[in-house]
Design a protein around this ligand. Structure first.
Ligand code: GUN
Length: 284
């Protein structure tokens, strides 16, 4: 039976560390980290995420600035708001909740965020910095996952790592972070010829697709570390990941639950990145 990786507990430790460091920054420089979160439209899941970020800011002693725009807001309006936040010295981090309504070009919006305030690490400048291994911010979900893997005490170096999913938010940067730690990385996607075989060869398996029970026990190597990034609803409306947890936990050495695994780490890393942005601003 696998050991459970308790993301909730690990994230709480990171957030407490960030709170203490933020207090130290405030005492030393007078600077209070500030995070601006923009939500366009009223997608219920996005609203929950945005509220969680607001709560995390309050607990860390950060200022948070919430900007709620109607779904009908134009791209120009959104970019004008981002320009004003870029220029506001009390704002150190800017996060525009994705996905955006169809009439808005997501890439244009991401490109409008100043790279120094891009706490998601989605801007091409930050993506490029991550690629070459010299960066200020790491993307929140992949960086949180690396902490979860570190918590097992097992080194990534030399391990066969399979990432299922190639999104810009998770799959691609995840592959890069595993590579930085000398993993041998395979990225799978919808055109992968034999997904089961690629997964079965993995010592570390990261599932980030968004399909309930995509990863079944026959696709998992005995003793593998299994990280589940999925947030899906099953037929009863219950939150579940991409991994068939009940069966896979019998085979894995370590596994993340959903909820309580990867999710809390994303916010913890966001707090860490906002603190980093405030520290960098304090040195200017
Ligand atoms: N939507 C889903 N995940 C994320 C994330 O990490 N950042 C942003 N900005 N939007 C998201």
């Amino acid at each position: 039976m696998a050991n459970l990786i308790n993301g909730k507990e690990i994230a709480a430790n990171v957030r407490e560390k960030v709170r203490l460091e933020a207090l130290e920054l405030k005492n030393r420089t007078g600077i209070i980290p500030g995070l601006a979160v923009i939500l366009v439209g009223d997608d219920p899941a996005s609203k929950i995420y945005v509220n969680n970020k607001k709560k995390a800011c309050a607990e860390a002693g950060f200022n948070s600035f919430e900007h709620l725009l109607p779904a009908s807001a134009s791209q120009d309006e959104l970019i004008a708001l981002i320009d004003s936040l870029n220029a506001d010295p009390s704002v150190h981090g800017i996060l525009c909740q994705l996905p955006l309504p169809g009439h808005i070009d997501e890439r244009a919006v991401i490109n409008a965020i100043s790279p120094e305030k891009d706490v998601d690490a989605f801007h091409p400048v930050n993506v490029g910095k991550i690629m070459i291994g010299s960066y200020d911010f790491l993307p929140c979900t992949p960086a949180g996952i690396m902490e979860l893997i570190h918590s097992t005490g097992i080194s990534v170096s030399g391990k066969k790592c399979t990432v299922v999913g190639r999104s810009n938010i998770v799959g691609k940067p995840m592959a890069m972070l595993l590579l930085h730690e000398n993993g041998t990385v395979t990225v799978c996607h919808s055109k992968t010829a034999d997904l089961a075989a690629e997964c079965r060869s993995a010592d570390i398996l990261v599932a980030a697709v968004g399909k309930a029970k995509l990863i079944t026990a026959d696709m998992v190597k005995e003793g593998a570390i299994v990280i589940d990034v999925g947030t899906n609803r099953n037929s009863d409306g219950k939150l579940c990941g991409d991994v068939d947890f009940a069966e896979v936990e019998k085979k894995a050495s370590y596994i993340t639950p959903v909820p309580g695994g990867v999710g809390p780490m994303t916010i913890a890393t966001l707090m860490r990145n906002t603190l980093t942005a405030a520290e960098l601003a304090s040195k200017k």
